[in-house]
Design a protein around this ligand. Structure first.
Ligand SMILES: NC(=O)c1ccc[n+]([C@@H]2O[C@H](COP(=O)([O-])OP(=O)(O)OC[C@H]3O[C@@H](n4cnc5c(N)ncnc54)[C@H](OP(=O)(O)O)[C@@H]3O)[C@@H](O)[C@H]2O)c1
Length: 200
């Protein structure tokens, strides 16, 4: 298989890339590193990336940002960061990427536990995660050519414990093996329209 992994050099992405690289051709997309550069918050950049990659069998997105801030201080502009990057960035990867997928290909997006178990400071991140979950359920009613679309929704991952533990009290760290398995289930399994939740 030929796979495109956007965010394939990130904390989660590098573990997923390492797994799939063993038996597949993997193209890594990223803002500052990778085989192709892309900023998913800009749809013209996504189009340019797909012109470079050509057709692929699977698209995995493990990228996208949202602003963490106290709701009493977060601005409208702050909310637009998550809407443009993590939400519309991933929606546009599906919208544009479906034309660059071979028949029966798959698209896997990334969300997270904040959709179901938010913490203080996560209004924007929780909101965009929940929106992607609804998008996934709706898009599979219409997408053609046998293309499957799923999301992997993770709890705080082991390799990010230092970064998030204080902000997410009582949340369990998810082992990187379980993290990789969730992406394998989406890509190599037959599920469609699934939100693959790995929360402990
Ligand atoms: N870490 C966790 O515990 C956890 C849990 C649940 C969900 N998630 C979600 O999973 C995703 C990845 O998390 P992570 O911890 O692996 O993040 P990370 O270590 O910061 O890595 C993110 C990767 O995505 C790339 N990227 C970021 N914004 C991009 C953009 N606009 N266009 C293209 N590439 C972009 C980055 O490239 P550059 O470095 O070149 O910018 C980097 O390679 C995020 O959406 C995060 O919210 C993470």
């Amino acid at each position: 298989m030929k796979l495109l992994i956007v965010g394939g050099n990130g904390t989660i992405g590098k573990k997923v890339t390492s797994y799939f690289s063993k038996k597949n051709e993997v193209i890594i997309g990223g803002r500052t590193s990778g085989d192709v550069t892309v900023d998913i918050s800009d749809s013209s950049s996504i189009k340019k990336m797909f012109k470079e990659t050509g057709k692929v069998d699977a698209i995995i997105c493990i990228a996208g940002e949202a602003k963490w801030a106290d709701f009493n201080e977060i601005s409208e502009e702050d909310f637009y960061i998550g809407l443009k990057s993590k939400l519309m960035g991933q929606v546009n990867l599906v919208r544009i990427g479906k034309n660059y997928l071979n028949p029966n290909g798959s698209i896997t997006l990334s969300t997270g536990i904040l959709a179901d178990d938010p913490v203080v400071g996560s209004t924007s991140a929780a909101m965009v995660n929940g929106a992607i979950h609804s998008f996934i359920q709706a898009v599979v009613l219409e997408i053609e050519n046998g293309i499957r679309v799923n999301a992997v929704s993770l709890g705080m991952v082991e390799d990010s414990y230092e970064r998030y533990a204080e902000a997410m009290p009582g949340h369990n760290a998810i082992s990187m093996d379980k993290v990789v398995s969730a992406y394998v289930k989406s890509v190599n399994g037959s599920g469609n329209g699934q939100i693959i939740k790995i929360y402990n």
